[in-house]
Ligand binder design. Sequence first.
Ligand code: PLP
Length: 379
Amino acid sequence: MNKAPLTPMVDLKNQYLKIKPEIDAAIQEVLESTAFINGPAVKRFQQNLEQYLQVKHVIPCANGTDALQIAMMALGLKPGDEVITADFTYVATAEVIGLLGLTPVLVDVNPSTFDINIEALERNITEKTKAIVPVHLFGQCANMDAIMEIAKKYNLYVIEDNAQAIGAEYTFQNGTQKKAGTIGHIGCTSFFPSKNLGCFGDGGAIMTNDDELAQRCRMIASHGQSKQYVHDVLGVNSRLDSIQAAILDVKLKYLDQYIQARQKAAEYYDRKFSNHPEIIIPARNPNSTHVFHQYTLQIKNGKRDALRAFLQEQGIPSMIYYPIPLHLQKAYQSPRYKKGDFPVTEMLCASVLSLPMHTELTEDTLEQITNAVLNFFNN
Ligand SMILES: *Cc1c(COP(=O)(O)O)cnc(C)c1O
């Protein structure tokens, strides 16, 4: 019999309880206004997020997957265009590329930082390549110096998948600092409940400093409408509802505190695991802060699955993000790819393990988690 879980992977309940009066009041205000769609809370959150990210435009939408789709539509990408992204990511990144009839071109990642491999990226550029989608996986930015340089050299768009790294900061070689999602031509994020800035349902947003692109995104998200009942382009229906926006506006004030709590938990894990011969702690990209959407270890010598089972018996949850590389998923099968093509991603899928990571982890809980992991190897 497994024990009851010590703590969940993400503790949304206790996070909510700490700010319950504020959240409840914000929801109540929307209920009483009955401005459920495009109410004042949506505009308020949009403006506060623009301020936080230091970006000219935030376009709220229904979820992170929609954000990626709307961004690609707004850039005018056409069937047959090639879009390069990482093989080691959540499926949504590649899914929208395929849905729009674009060709996802997958490339391998770096074994220590899990971000897109720059040499492989450049090697895969062809005449059909139109865009790069770097994923700021697990909470830290990809190598944006190199990606922006390549994009300039080959005249490509950069669409950041920032679903996991909102609040992370990137420092360019020349010292310029930018928030994740505001570095490329356009950025996309998700407010799914378990994301670092999560609502109580689905939500997402697009970010850009380009006025024209922002205008196109707004139009596409609203049925391609330029003014009421005038439809200039094919669009979709993708809105952030007012209740979610009101919740997010409260939580945005706490985002930096939440990030610090995650970083503190990560430092605790690091201290316990850094010298272990069979554990590799998550490497940091020196140019990015890490907001630890996930704390992801690599477990050596084929022991990952046994460790996971052992932890489960002790009531300690863990997750495998992600167990199958995109190129080996049935939906993304292509004559382009076969097993063995992306050795780093394939190795990571067999060895990564993410431990509980959230804003409510206490030293006592962290001690129990780390002791259990270390006990597994001592047995
Ligand atoms: C969560 C996530 C998405 C999709 O966000 P949804 O809001 O669930 O549609 C896209 N990309 C990455 C990397 C994600 O983690």
